[in-house]
Structure formats: C-alpha cells, structure tokens
Design a protein around this ligand. Sequence first.
Ligand code: SAM
Length: 234
Amino acid sequence: MPRPESIENRWDILYRDYPEVYEAFMNVPYQPSVFDQVPEMIDLHGKLIVDVGAGTGRSSRAVARTARQVIGIEYEPAMLRQARQAALGDEAARLIYLSGDACAIPLADNSVDIVTGFTLALFPAERYRDFIREGLRVAQDKVVYVGIPPGWYGGDLDPVIDNPYKGKFDVEVDRIFIEEYQFAYQDVFSNQDYGTIENIVSIYGFIFGKKVIEHIRREHITNIRWKYRVYWRK
Ligand SMILES: C[S@@+](CC[C@H](N)C(=O)[O-])C[C@H]1O[C@@H](n2cnc3c(N)ncnc32)[C@H](O)[C@@H]1O
C-alpha cells in the first residue's frame, strides 16, 4: 500500500503501521531534550522505575542512564519490537520490556520506586485517572508524567493544526493532574530543527496533517518549538 501524504493525527495508525516515522520524529534532535531535563528535576539515582507507554524505548533508555533498573511497559507489538531491538550496552543490562497496559500495570502494589509516563496520549481523558491510580498503587515513591500542556499539542504550530484534541481534552487532562490529583508541575521547552522543508514535511507534516504541510511550505518553516509539562506527585 502506498504511503499516504499524512495520517492526520491518527497516532494509533502511526504506532501500528509507521513505527519508523515515529522513530524518525523522535530522532530529529530536541534541544534540550526533555529526557535530559527530567532527571535534573527528579532524582532517579538508584531507583527501580517502571516506564509505561515505553514506545520504541526512548524514554526507558533515557531513564536507564541514571536509574538502577527500568521496566518498560508497552502494549503495541510493533513498538515493543523496536524497543527490544534498540536496547544495547550498559543500558540494556538495566532494562527489560513487558507487554502491558499503562492503565492496568501488571505489577504488585508498592513494587517499584517510581512510575514514569512520557507523552502517553491516552484516550479518552478519563483514562489518565486510571493511569494515575495505577501509578500511585505500584510506586512507593513517586509518579511522574511528562505531557504537553493545553495549546501546545503540535508545538508552536498548534494553531494551524486541525487538532482533534483541541480545547476540551487537553484542558481536562491538565485539570485531572493538577486539581484532581494535586500533582506539582513545571514547564520545560525544547527546539527541534528539521534542517529542510522536505524533512519536516515527511516527518512532522506526515503526522500532523495536510493543513500544516501547506503552512510549512508557504512559510518555509524548518523548526518546531515544543513545550512540555512535567507533573509529579509522591
Ligand atoms: C508518544 S509515544 C511515547 C513513547 C515513549 N514514552 C517516548 O517518550 O519515546 C506513546 C506510546 O504509548 C503507548 N501507549 C498508549 N497507551 C498505552 C497504554 N494504555 N498502555 C501501554 N502503552 C500505551 C503507545 O503505543 C506509544 O508507543
């Protein structure tokens, strides 16, 4: 089947059919990377960590640079395969992957130090409550979630994107963490330089839609600025 011009924000299709595009999206350098910023905010030294929604393993490998041991949990087989293949060297010795659901973590109560989740995109928003409850059940020490705050879904081009999650969803997720479950939070920024228009169109544009592709071409955009919100709670 020929590749479409864009998957129009269907992340489930991206993870299932185009894990290599997701990987390319993550491979365009983020400066500074949220994976470097989180360990500066949360002490991961010597900890046993469960990283749910591990994807292709980027967040799990990043956490494994500091933690004692990391269990990455992912439910999409294509992503899990890539994660297992990518685990190399010292990190690999501290990393294992399990197939499982972030909202029904296959581990006992208080069995790890920290539960992390990096940009899970759970739908509907209600499922974040399940993730939080499960995290608080399994973690002795902390639950840490890294998400994208309201209005930043596609980074600084968000206003141009036909964002299916705009308004209600992202505001609701933010409210669940901060008001309902009293998480502390801090925002961090990151820049992504795609180098060329063709590169940004084939990766970022492929994910975020035809409308943004037209905008990128018209305005000659090759950079995206991202805002992340790091939430944590004991
Ligand atoms: C945006 S990716 C992030 C991957 C990784 N955490 C990272 O930062 O590179 C989100 C991942 O979460 C997975 N995911 C979404 N909902 C999940 C759930 N309920 N249980 C397990 N994995 C889930 C998706 O399949 C996808 O691989």
